[in-house]
Design a protein around this ligand. Structure first.
Ligand code: CTP
Ligand code: ZN
Length: 149
């Protein structure tokens, strides 16, 4: 069987099992265009675990907790692999914390977070399907009205 291979990386992070359609959203929130090291992006790859998957490989970078939380919102099925000297040192499934601070924008234009210098704060009420609630104005939001800061 023929298989597409994307080259392995020596040190860095591989974000695997991204729902294919969200692949470039992951690239966008990680601000990868500013990096000097190699970045590899692939989408519409066949996968045993899901329909079609995307992969993002980033050489020489470890993700911050905030970046991991953003990926958990956009691509809850993803696995984050930390690569050290060509081998997978750590494999993480993504889990959302109970509270998201400064990560998403409130959809309510009247919310204090859209009018004063107040950091957004959301309670994660459910993950499948995703439902979050603004701590300040109590507005509920779902995957469809999610805007990542
Ligand atoms: N990978 C890489 N460079 C390396 C080692 C691994 O780019 N030096 C990538 C692999 O291509 C794969 C991911 O990191 O996309 C995870 O590697 P591995 O755990 O070996 O693959 P699988 O067993 O297929 O992972 P899973 O069980 O999560 O499906
Ligand atoms: Zn609000």
């Amino acid at each position: 069987m023929k298989e597409l291979r994307v080259s392995a990386i020596k040190d860095g992070t591989v974000i695997d099992h991204i729902p294919s359609k969200s692949t470039f959203k992951v690239v966008e929130v990680l601000n990868l265009s500013k990096l000097d090291d190699a970045v590899m992006v692939a989408q519409n790859l066949k996968s045993k675990k899901m329909k079609l998957k995307g992969i993002v490989k980033v050489a020489g970078k470890e993700l911050t907790q905030e970046e991991v939380n953003k990926i958990a919102l956009l691509a809850p099925t993803a696995t984050v692999n930390i690569i050290k000297n060509y081998s997978v040192r750590k494999k993480m499934n993504l889990e959302l914390p109970e509270m998201l601070k400064g990560i998403i924008k409130c959809a309510n234009p009247k919310c204090i977070t859209n009018n004063d210098m107040v950091e957004t704060k959301f309670h994660v009420r459910s993950t499948k399907p995703l439902r979050v609630q603004c701590h300040y104005c109590e507005r509920y939001m779902t995957e469809n009205d999610l805007e990542i800061l």
